[in-house]
Design a protein around this ligand. Structure first.
Ligand code: NDP
Length: 266
C-alpha cells in the first residue's frame, strides 16, 4: 500500500492569524488554508487585506476572511474574536504574529516608541491570546492551540554565540532595543500562559525566527551581507520557511508540547 505521508489535516480548524495579510503571517495563513483550515486574518491598516483573504479563499477553496482590528485595543480584540467565532468559527487556534519594530539608536528612543512597540508586540499578543482562551474555556469542549511569533532577538544579540559579546563597532546597525525587549517579554508570557492554561487543554508555544525577508527588516546591503556572513546557512529565511513549525504546533501532533520556544534561525 502506498504511504500516505505525514498529513496535517485542518479541515475542522478555524485559525486566527494576526498580521496574516503579509510577510510571515501571510505564508502562515496560506499554509493553514493548504491544510484545509479556515483562516481569519486580523490586520491593522493595509488596504488590501480583504483581497488577500479572497485570494486565499479562491486558491485553497477554504473560507478566509480579513478583520480590521488593532491588537493593542483590548475591547476591540474581544469583540472581533466573538465576531470571527460566529462568522467563521468555532475558532480552534491562534497565531499571534502581528508585530512592529522601530530601528534607531537607544539614545534616541522615546517613551512613545516604547509604548507603541510594547502595546502591539506584548499587550497585543496577550489581548488576542486571552480572547481566544476565553472562548475556549467558556465552551463545553475546551481545547485550543496558540502560537506566538517571538524572535531569536528575545535571547540572542550575537550570531557568533553568547560567549562572544559583540560591540556596536562590529555590528553595523543599531540593536532595536525595545523590539528585542518586547520579544523577551512575550517569550516569558508564553511560558506563563502555557502553565496557567494547561488544565484547560490550551497549549501556548512560541516560535523564534531569525532574519526573515519581509518588510520589517529593511537593511542596507552592507548590513545584509554582514548578517549573511554570520548566519551558518548564509542567507535570510524566506517567509514560507517559518510555516512548518507553526503548523506543527497548531496541530494535534504537538499535543504534548506547551510552553516551548522554537528557534528557526538558519
Ligand atoms: P511585516 O511588517 O511584514 O508584517 C507585520 C504584520 O503585523 C502586518 O500584517 C501588520 O498589519 C500587522 N500588524 C502590525 N501592527 C498591528 C496591529 N496593531 N494590529 C493588528 N495587526 C498589526 O512583519 P513580519 O512578517 O516580518 O513579522 C511578523 C512577526 O514576525 C512579527 O511579530 C515580527 O516581530 C516577527 N519576526 C520577524 C522576523 C523577521 O526577520 N522578519 C524575525 C523574527 C520575528 P498591516 O498590514 O495592516 O499593517
Amino acid at each position: 500500500m502506498a504511504s500516505q505521508g505525514f498529513i496535517i489535516d485542518f479541515s475542522h480548524a478555524c485559525i486566527v492569524v494576526t498580521g496574516g495579510n503579509r510577510g510571515i503571517g501571510l505564508e502562515i495563513s496560506k499554509a493553514i488554508a493548504k491544510a484545509g483550515g479556515k483562516v481569519a486574518i486580523v490586520y491593522n491598516s493595509s488596504p488590501d487585506a480583504s483581497e488577500v483573504a479572497d485570494k486565499i479563499e479562491r486558491e485553497f477553496r477554504v473560507k478566509a476572511k480579513a478583520y480590521k482590528c488593532d491588537v493593542a485595543d483590548s475591547d476591540l480584540v474581544s469583540q472581533t474574536f466573538l465576531k470571527i467565532d460566529k462568522e467563521l468559527g468555532p475558532i480552534t487556534g491562534l497565531v499571534a504574529n502581528a508585530g512592529i519594530t522601530i530601528q534607531k539608536p537607544a539614545m534616541e528612543m522615546t517613551t512613545q516608541d516604547f509604548n507603541n512597540i510594547f502595546n502591539v508586540n506584548v499587550l497585543g499578543v496577550f489581548n488576542t491570546a486571552r480572547a481566544a482562551a476565553k472562548l475556549w474555556t467558556d465552551r463545553k469542549y475546551k481545547e485550543g492551540s496558540i502560537v506566538i511569533n517571538s524572535s531569536m532577538s528575545a535571547r540572542i544579540y550575537n550570531r557568533k554565540g553568547a560567549h562572544e559579546p559583540i560591540t556596536q563597532a562590529r555590528y553595523p546597525f543599531n540593536f532595536p532595543v525595545f523590539y528585542n525587549a518586547s520579544k523577551a517579554a512575550v517569550s516569558n508570557l508564553c511560558k506563563g500562559l502555557a502553565a496557567e492554561w494547561a488544565p484547560h487543554n490550551i497549549r501556548v508555544n512560541a516560535i523564534a525566527p531569525g532574519y526573515v525577508d519581509t518588510g520589517i527588516v529593511e537593511v542596507p546591503e552592507n548590513v545584509r551581507q554582514y548578517i549573511n556572513d554570520n548566519v551558518p546557512v548564509g542567507r535570510f529565511a524566506k517567509p514560507a520557511e517559518i510555516t512548518g513549525q507553526t503548523v506543527l504546533l497548531l496541530s494535534n501532533y504537538a499535543s504534548y508540547m506547551t510552553g516551548g520556544e522554537y528557534l528557526i534561525d538558519g
